[in-house]
Design a binder for this molecule. Structure first.
Ligand code: ATP
Length: 685
């Protein structure tokens, strides 16, 4: 066997497991992925028909990668019929392949955007409003999907999704008031789906699961087609997925791998009971453990182990490095995200030139793709090629889309989506009036006439101002200046529309947008790239999106990923951004122990991606900012961001700390503070 296929005794034992069902429960970097790949190859080598092996993973990317790696270990064409898929796409394939059995052949699968459109139709484009509470159609979809995935009641799902799981009298009262209205809308949504023969993603799983549970014939038909089900990332499966897997216990043999300490999808209903209760739930099953970590050096595992030990949950895990010792992880204190972005860029360029590392040796992780936006702007400016994985793209954020809609009209007056967005952004214009105006545009579509269309649409000062704005943006030939101008004109409206989190979250994006715009020669290119980002979703999972510095010839790039999309990834140098108070755990999680612990696992996943060098950055302004804030817990005690901050009691010996000097250099102050004399400078004579 080649070294890439070598297995240790524990892995080998799992691969050759001869019983019925097996769960391999093992820590980060212990070779779970390697084991699942070797298991598939082993079965095929033993004569199992590859088309009777189904590999299930969380993302399409992971499925393809595992299938390709299995094939590469086998003599040519032996693994050709091996199939790897996500739960959703597998169920879709089954529905199509067995049209009579599942009875859903003439149905159309709808994606989350279509789901939202249907819900909007059902709500009549209105948000539900009850006193202070406003429920948007998207939130209704989320509640509906959460309830079905977790198998929780509507009341419980509303409580969890809309009321942060609060259990006080006021919340109960509000819940009771809104529930009948929500129920009516959700039932109407279901009726519309049935009427138009639509299946949303969760329906795919439910159709298959229900049929298999209730119908012995269905089970025996599938038993002829599937012998082995290999499930990756078992800790992130949710109750709905378990309902799907459950009938397969009697249909075929299950081989599942997972790590309870890496369970990070409970917001989507993942339930690591699926691993903890495996033995109880699955008859004739066994659980094997793998304990040796092959990925990281011991110092990286020491800080990761320390983080888990601090948890009230017992994971019984202490990772040990096969590779021995290496560098101490670094904790780098920065004063803001721009300084952080520049420092990261310097570090990567230094590694690239002085240490002979490739760009692709670097993995940069953040909680949200959104957080890494300044970094992306700096990378573009400093010509560091990168790709991004996961998360909502910067250009997809609502406030950015609002502003860009004006630029899109300037760029292409036929762009109907942009027209609707821009027009409905204006106060007093709803979708109906916007469509009427759009009609005029489509009829005239003489670029010269656009200012007059604006004026007709909005009689008075507003229309005139917008018409002038349009003309002055059009005259500019510098994309950055166009952004400036659009922002100047729209800032007030934006600040009002997003008043809930404008200062805190959104306003700071416009300098970034400006910087991004500056790096494009034409408005068309700037907009083109922004739009491209929108088409990167497949099956609800984000796939690769490349920066414009990446051409076919340049495949060496840094990966910027959300931690949630970094499952299974590893890199020589791993930089985790903003490991600051308020971020780990998130300020939003502070009143919920389960969420705090999920955040801990998120950080654990991030840290354990590093092979040789782990760098955590921390924003020092938030260290000082948090100390006065205290939030109540449901039990009434006060906890504060400062108290719950994961790195609070981090032993000095586990990291090397650095503080990055401010751009204009460190000043040398006097050692002790002087006193001031306020009676000087006055002549009383
Ligand atoms: N027996 C082995 N010999 C040498 N290297 C190994 C062995 N097993 C695993 N590795 C290496 O260790 C690293 C981690 O393996 P793998 O990705 O399979 O672990 P994992 O348990 O799936 O990790 P995680 O859950 O953290 O994503 C990989 O680089 C892999 O090639």
């Amino acid at each position: 066997m080649q070294s890439d296929h070598k297995l240790n005794d524990g892995q080998q034992k799992a691969v050759e497991f001869n019983g019925k069902h097996l769960l391999v429960l093992a820590g980060a970097g212990t070779g779970k992925t390697r084991t699942i790949i070797a298991r598939a190859a082993y079965l095929i080598e033993r004569g199992v028909d590859p088309s009777k092996i189904q590999i299930l993973t969380f993302t399409k990317k992971a499925a393809n990668e595992i299938v390709e790696r299995v094939k590469s270990t086998l003599p040519q064409s032996n693994g050709n019929n091996l199939s790897g898929a996500t739960f959703h796409s597998w169920c879709n394939q089954l529905i199509v392949r067995f049209p009579n059995l599942f009875g859903a052949a003439s149905y159309t699968v709808i994606d989350p955007d279509d789901q939202l459109s249907i819900m909007k139709m059902v709500c009549g484009n209105h948000n539900l409003e009850f006193g202070k509470l406003r429920i948007k159609p998207q939130e209704l979809i989320d509640v509906y999907s959460f309830a079905r995935n977790t198998k929780k009641s509507l009341t419980e799902s509303l409580r969890q999704k809309l009321f942060k799981n609060r259990k006080d009298g006021d919340t109960d009262y509000e819940l009771k008031t809104i529930k009948p209205h929500v129920e009516k809308l959700l039932r109407a949504y279901q009726a519309k789906k049935a009427e138009q023969r639509y299946l949303d993603y969760d329906d795919l799983l439910l159709v298959v699961a229900t049929q298999l549970k209730d119908n012995q014939e269905a089970r025996s038909i599938l038993a002829q087609h599937i012998e082995y089900l290999l499930v990756d990332e078992m800790q992130d499966t949710n109750p709905l997925q378990w309902t799907l897997l459950d009938p397969f216990v009697s249909i075929c043999k299950l081989f599942c791998v997972g790590d309870d300490a890496q369970s990070i999808y409970s917001f989507r209903g993942a339930d690591f009971k699926n691993v903890h209760l495996f033995k109880d739930r699955v008859p004739e099953s066994e659980v094997y453990k793998l304990e040796k970590n092959y990925r990281s050096t011991q110092e990286i595992l020491d800080i990761s182990n320390w983080l888990l030990e601090k948890s009230p949950i017992e994971y019984n895990k202490k990772l040990e490095a096969i590779r021995g010792t290496g560098e101490l992880p670094q904790l780098v204190n920065v004063s803001d995200e721009w300084q952080e972005a520049n420092w990261v860029a310097d570090e990567i360029l230094k590694n690239y030139t002085d240490e002979d590392r490739m760009f692709s040796d670097h993995l940069i992780l953040s909680r949200s793709q959104y957080y890494a936006k300044s970094l992306q702007a700096v990378f573009i400016r400093r010509k560091i090629p990168y790709v991004t994985y996961g998360g909502r793209k910067f250009m997809q954020a609502a406030h950015i889309k609002d502003l860009v809609s004006l630029l899109r009209i300037v760029n292409n007056p036929y762009d109907e989506i942009a027209w609707i967005r821009f027009l409905t952004f204006q106060e007093g214009i709803g979708e109906v009036r916007a469509s009427r105006i759009l009609q005029q545009v489509i009829e005239k579509i003489d670029v010269e006439e656009i200012p007059s269309i604006f004026q007709n649409a909005m009689p008075g000062e507003d229309g005139k101002k917008i018409a002038e704005l349009y003309e002055s943006i059009k005259e500019k030939d510098d994309v950055g200046k166009m952004v400036d101008m659009a922002y100047e004109a729209m800032a007030l409206g934006l600040a009002f529309r997003y008043r809930r989190d404008w200062e805190e979250k959104r306003k700071g994006d416009f300098p970034v947008l400006r910087l991004l715009a500056d790096s494009y020669p034409t408005l068309g290119e700037f907009i083109g790239e922004g739009l491209l980002d929108n088409s990167e979703q497949m099956n609800g999972v984000n796939v690769l999106s490349e920066s414009k510095l990446n051409t076919a010839e340049n495949k060496d790039h840094v990966i910027i990923s959300t931690i949630h999309s970094a499952k299974g990834l590893e890199a020589d140098v791993c930089i985790v951004l903003n490991v600051s108070p308020k971020a780990f755990p998130s300020a939003w999680s502070l009143d919920n122990l389960e969420e705090i612990e999920e955040d801990r696992r998120v950080l654990y996943v991030a840290m354990t991606r590093a092979k040789n060098r782990l760098i955590l950055t921390r924003n020092t302004s938030s260290i000082t900012a948090v100390h006065n804030r205290a939030l109540p817990t449901p039990g009434g005690q006060k906890t504060s961001d400062a108290e719950t901050y994961f790195l609070n009691e981090l032993p000095d010996a586990l990291v090397e700390q650095k503080t990055i000097a401010h751009q204009f250099g460190k000043v040398r102050d006097a050692e002790t503070p002087n006193t001031i004399d306020l009676s000087s400078g006055m002549d009383f004579s």
